[in-house]
Structures are given as structure tokens and as C-alpha cells.
Ligand binder design. Sequence first.
Ligand code: C2O
Ligand code: CU
Length: 457
Amino acid sequence: MPLFWLLAVSLGCKGRGEATWWGPERAADLDEANDVVEVKLRANQGEVDYGIGAGTVAWLYNGQAPGPAIGANVGDTLTVHLDNDLPYDTTVHWHGMRVPNAMDGVGWLQDPVGPGESFTYSFTIPDAGTWWYHPHMMSTEAVERGLQGAIIAEDPDDPPVDVERLLMLDDIDLTPEGEIAPFELDESEINTRLGRLGNVLLLNGQSFLDGPVRATAEGGTVERWRLVNTANARTMEFSLEGAAFRVIAEDGTMIDPPQEVQTFTLAAGQRADLEVLPAEQNISLTLLLQSPAGEQLPYEALSVAVDHPDTAAEPLDWPAPELAEIVSTTQSVQLVLDSDDEGLAVSWTINGEAWTSCEDALGGDPIPVAQDTPTELTLVNNSDEDHPFHLHGQLMQLLDRDGVAPDYRGQRDTVLLRGGETVRLFSRFENPGVWMAHCHILEHAAMGMMTAFEVAP
Ligand code: C2O
Ligand code: CU
């Protein structure tokens, strides 16, 4: 730990933006203005070392997978110049961010960015939180091959922390030679029903199959961990031992009140922010997988050795989120999520329809909803599989899950429906435009489970 940092802490004058960063390299900000963040993202193919003993050809942003973490303040203008040096069309979608419709990175809202082409995204960062970016073309393949990065939008009202850690968690399917396994949706029953489950587990692009990623921490400090599940399909359950911790945000938004839990679950696409107070010799973050036989298989993802583990910091006072008041609703939409098995082929449906594409055209008629109108959105999962339902451009508050109201408030862009569950959500649909909604199990989306909302006055 650098001396000036110790001094700052001991004087109690540690300002914002001084937290020690741990995670994927951050994107360079090319603009000097305080409230403008300008970033270059170059997508290309290249070799990465996932720590499995063989180079793997992946798709990269700025030569790295995961791509660079983009840091900004809420309210800043974010400008991203995308250069596509891949031999495929691509776009960038800003997962969870309430950007203007034309900036949403969906292939029919903009011209796909072809090989050798460029596109500039620019918008004001609407909400503080942990967001992420990924292509919205060939999503199953592009995200699996490494095109994924986080956006950290800071809120000046959040109390300062000593250490910020970004943890991008993924599982990828590799061949014995270390290449990313081919993408054939219909080949295996597992791929078809559950989506593409990987055989290598990654934390920030490092395999933790044979042992955790290692880091160090200091007793008496406050850390903020931001976890992102970037897997194509896998719902991940985690435990964290060796530190007092609380979940303080879900899908970007602060929750009220913060939750003390033993384990927490992140479905594909979801994020959680944790407040972590190191005070024991070792902190251990473990991914708890279920074997097909139902046994729990723990994989330690991160092991943090703590120096001076004798004192614990006090938990911080996190500001409660500003949430839209839940009022009685004047419009309602119900979506039934299901599968349609025709012989060997499975398709995934919403209200009986399977959209086959959203790459360069809408796959069907969007659902009309009135803008800025209290809306009840009911999602019914008629199938046995998980469906993390993701809505673009809006945030939703959970009203109840199978009739049971949650014991904390928050808002989110992705809600997990377990097999057979029904959830009711509240949203005002404030952001106008035509917005995708789909299962974030990318194979389910590719095999039909998507729709769109047309939000207009
Ligand atoms: Cu993260 Cu429509 O996606
Ligand atoms: Cu699904």
C-alpha cells in the first residue's frame, strides 16, 4: 500500500475517485473535460491466455477479454468510438443503461458496423451503477468469444471506499485443444435446453477451474466489489466467506436496505455490488455449482489474503435509491415464457411466438405501451428452465414473486424466473422508442425468446 494512501486514510480525508482499482484494465479517457469520457473500442480477433496452458483465439476489445472497464460519473457524456476489425458485423449494446433508443446498439436500430467500419456512440450516462456492454449481433458467439466489458458509473453521493474490485464472471466452452467450441445450437440437448454451459470458469479472463485467482487486501478498509455474470447461460450462485459483506446494489441500482446474506445469485446478464469489510486472514468468493445429480460443487473463484486482519471497518451509510413511487397501475402487459418442442427442434416462445431474429430487423410486432405510465408487467414461466428476462431501455421494480413481495426495494433490468415462477414488476416505461426484451440465456434468445416494446406517448 502506498504511503500517501495510508496517510490519506488516517487523516480521514480520502476523497472520491482515489480508490485502488483491481480488475480488468480501465479504458483510457481521451477527453480532458471533467464531465466527458471519450473512449476508443477496437474489436478484433486475437489470442488470449486463459491460464489453461494453450492460447485461445478470442474476440477482443482493445486487445483484451473482458474488454476495458469504462469509468465515468453519472451525468457525464460518454462517447465511444467503435472500430470493427472483425470479419463480422457488430454493434455495442449498453446493457441496462437507459440510453436514447438510437444508441441502444440493436442491429435494426442502427446500421450494423461492418468489417473495417466504425461507429460512434454518444449519450449522457443516465444512472449510476454497474452496467456492461456487449454486441447485439451474433450475441451467443460474440459474448462467449470475449466481447464484453463493464461500465462503472459512479455516484458522487456514494461514500468513498478504499478499494474497488470488478469481477467479470464467465464460463466458456473450450475444446481439449483450447479452442472455443463450435456454435451449433441444435447439436446437443444440453445446449438446446439450458443454453451453452461452459467447461472453463473465468474470473476476469483467468480460469479458476484449478484454483482461485489471488489478490491481497488490508484489514480495516472498505471494499466495493462489482460482480457481473457475463456467461451465455449459467445462473451462478456465490458464497463469500472471511469478511462481513452486504449486497448494496443489484443490476446497477442501490437497494434499500442493503442485504446481509449467506449466498447470492446472479443470472446471466445480472450484476451485484457488495460492500466487503476485510477482517480475517482470508476472504474467499466461491461459485457454487450443482452437479447434474444435485450435489453442490464449490469452485473458489477469488482468494484474498488480508494483511493486518485485526480491525474491521464500520459498514458505510449508503444512500437509498431514488425509486419511482409504486402507484396503482393503468396499463398491464403479461408475457408467458415457454418452449415449443416440435420433434427434435426446440424453440423458445413469448406468448406463443418465437422470434427468429433481431439482428437486422424486428422479429415480429412490438407490444405497444404508453410512455411514462404506471405499468404492471407480469411474467409467467411455463417451462422448467430458468429465464433471466432482460428489458432494454427501462428499469423495473419487483412487486412480487409467486405472490411474495421482496423485503427490500430496488430496480433492475434483468429478472430471473426460475422454472414455473410468476413475477410481477412495475415500470413506468419512461424511455421512448422500440426496445428489445428477451431472455438473457443467449441461446434461448437466439432460438426465439425475444420480443419488443414500442414505448410512445
Ligand atoms: Cu445484455 Cu439485449 O442484452
Ligand atoms: Cu431463457
